[in-house]
Design a protein around this ligand. Sequence first.
Ligand code: ADP
Ligand code: MG
Length: 584
Amino acid sequence: MSHIKVLPDDLINKIAAGEVLERPSSAVKELVENSIDAGAKKIQIFVRNGGKTEITVIDDGNGIGSDQLELAIKRHATSKINKGNLDQINSLGFRGEALPSIASVSEMIIKSNVNSDQNGTLINIVAGNIKKIAPTNQTKGTFVSVKNLFFSTPARLKFLKTENYESLLIKRIIQKLAISNHTIQFNLSINDKNIIRTNNSRISDDHESLKNRVSEILGKEFLKNSISLNQNIGAFRFSGLLGIPTFNHSNSNNQYIFVNGRIVSDKSISMVFKLAYRDFISYDRFPQLILFIECPFSEVDVNVHPAKSEVRFKDTNLLRSNIINLFKETIAKAGHRSSTVNTSKAINKFSRGYVYQNSLKLKTEVSKEINKTNQENIHDKNIQDSYVEEDHAPLGFAKSQFHKTYVISETDSGIIIVDQHAAHERIVYEKLKKDFYEKKIKTQILLIPVIIDLDKTTIENLRGCYKIAEKYGMKIEQFGNESIIVREVPLILSDCDIKNLTLDLINELIEDNDAKPLETKIDNICSKMSCHGSIRAGRVLQVDEMNDLLRKMEKTPYSGQCNHGRPTYVELKLNDIEKLFGRK
Ligand code: ADP
Ligand code: MG
């Protein structure tokens, strides 16, 4: 029989560290949040080796008194909870867990002083054990240095990603903190390189100050492409910048959400954004936005997550519908209207485009066989022949295009409406994927190579990616310290916006997708790329182009649905049309 024991403090701290500190960026977040809570006006962050060997945070805040330093590194010791009340938290920290957690798994030095003289105090802790407390010439503010994080928990160390990826995560955290705290000056240096450096501007208007900071941190493009939001609804205040629908992104990384000043990364809120933008942007794209939600303490519980990155609202449904309505109104006001008329009766009669999949499957099997012998021309010819053997084109012949987006085609038994973009995207996707697996993506050398400016961290993260990009027909090289140059692209994508294509591709390559199977990654990349090479909605098509599209659809597997599962065409049978008009 084993006996139940209370665990020793050092073990308790290590366990807490496991929850509070997922990776170096979590330690950075906790330390900088402490500086913000201390009323700092300027915060400097120095990081080495992705935060694994060194994280140093220096602030000019209120400091910690010499008699308080030992307490500060004790578990559940905090100066931030008043009268034992968890419902009135107006600081970022409140759990008293960060310093003891970090101290238990690293070599830590804190130097601090509450006065403006040089008589500060230093404390040195190694793996949770105090090694030294001594006077030091620290002036008002706090200096925290964390070396060899996780050295005493090798298992955690093993789970960390590459130095570059950890650095990227640190940069993202500082970006968020700097946006939310736009009156505080932030400097971030990684391996002695300046990564973020904000100015010390004193703009009194809150929203103007935010805009200034956003252009420093995210660039002017974000400002140009977003709409200001400032609205009170009931006890809630919503403010920030909403990206216009066309300024969308390939993932949700550019969504900055703050609840009462706290960085929140809540999947359910991101889902609400999707719903709010649903009518305006495609299903697989993400709006870029900055949203501050402010509300009374009674409306939100912040104590639901050890790293405090999730919160729980009292009335989630109300919040959801408020966000959706507010966003829709704001976007509409900016002139990006979308209206949908539902003639449900007719819609019920439309059948989605899977009609020819069976005959297509057969063709695909044939084509696979032929592909084995690697004779694409014969394969193409064979498909054409098999189609000519048949006595008609199953998807009919184009009659006209309407709203520069849809093609109407007349078939033997009715009409078909094709979404030109979705259909073409599928065709490009299938071609790209097939060519990728067969290692024969035809490329086009760009007459004028495209140079794209990026930040240093992204460049570092791209190092291993150029070879992979080449497999997809994209020849990209580093160009100087902060740019890349695109020299070749797949032939079928040569007419597209090369910059946006490249940015989407590198976003996909950089993201840490280790958990996904290789096949899914390939699908994702081909899908992202094919979106760029496709005939856009809004492009006028000539009749022969429309017919060409129809014929290609007939030859392409799964062409009845686009890469995202929506139909690429719908069919209305003559029989049903007659019923709609009461003829039958
Ligand atoms: P919490 O932030 O939840 O209170 P921490 O473990 O992060 O817990 O910090 C413990 C205490 O140490 C804080 O409550 C605060 O009083 C003090 N402290 C930590 N960092 C700083 C800092 N940079 N400046 C001033 N005080 C600090
Ligand atoms: Mg804290």
